[in-house]
Design a protein around this ligand. Sequence first.
Ligand SMILES: NC(=O)c1ccc[n+]([C@@H]2O[C@H](COP(=O)([O-])OP(=O)(O)OC[C@H]3O[C@@H](n4cnc5c(N)ncnc54)[C@H](OP(=O)(O)O)[C@@H]3O)[C@@H](O)[C@H]2O)c1
Length: 256
Amino acid sequence: MTEIDLRPAALVTGAATRLGLAFARALAMQGFDIALHYHHSKSEAEAAIDEITALGVHCQGFQCDLAGEGVNTLVDEVVERFPALQLLINCASAYTAAKIAETTPALLKQQFEVNFFAPFLLSGRFASVVQRGAIINIIDNKIAFQQNNYAAYLLSKKALAELTTLSAAEFAPNIRVNGIAPGVVLPGSNRTEDYIAWRVQGIPAGRQGHVSELVAAMNYLLQNEFVTGQVLYVDGGESINQRGLNAEDYVPGSGS
Ligand SMILES: NC(=O)c1ccc[n+]([C@@H]2O[C@H](COP(=O)([O-])OP(=O)(O)OC[C@H]3O[C@@H](n4cnc5c(N)ncnc54)[C@H](OP(=O)(O)O)[C@@H]3O)[C@@H](O)[C@H]2O)c1
């Protein structure tokens, strides 16, 4: 094995764009070779591979529909190219709005396949072939709420949080498993500034989060070898901002 082959490698899913790319870039800057998974974003993946390779590490793209059969062989394909695989970041996600009563069987299946089945299957295979390493599941701070507008998405992320705990227990001591639950950090392009300002009103920190703060959370979870099975909320406290109805706030007559 060459010296280059011994460099640790990370598989980051959904890494051609947005948060996945930020995690992959940060890992490359720390000396990880990168297995850059993508689905539809081929040209973005090619640009990302060029950018990451320019940082002085190896980076190869792995195209795969995580809702398809390819999920079963992805880890083995990565290990064939990067035998020193040590890290799995489950970041890819499918995010479709629908209330429970509006959710079709196909949508329910698809959201769970991408957001839960894929991390489950990738984690299992990773733990089988990697002797020592770490898994980080990118979840969502909405798991602290009951928002039925994204019912299938939300339930798949809640299941992913449970998987984080369960797999951490099963894979210890050789593989640590943790999660990051981001809040408002990088909203979709359809979210207006006015929408974000409205969301910020519910965030105790009084602002939107920065991508660098999610990267810092990833770095912490990688560096602290005594932390496993945890979900770290990086959301400015939005998830703890739930008071419910309190007797002291009751104004007589307001219930009628
Ligand atoms: N952005 C935020 O502020 C925020 C807030 C809370 C939670 N999160 C979580 O953080 C993670 C990253 O967020 P993001 O906003 O960067 O995500 P995103 O842009 O919505 O999606 C990330 C990637 O997932 C991939 N993906 C979707 N369906 C797939 C499939 N069937 N097979 C394979 N890949 C598929 C897509 O890859 P291609 O483009 O290659 O098709 C996409 O680029 C997600 O898990 C999300 O739930 C983000």
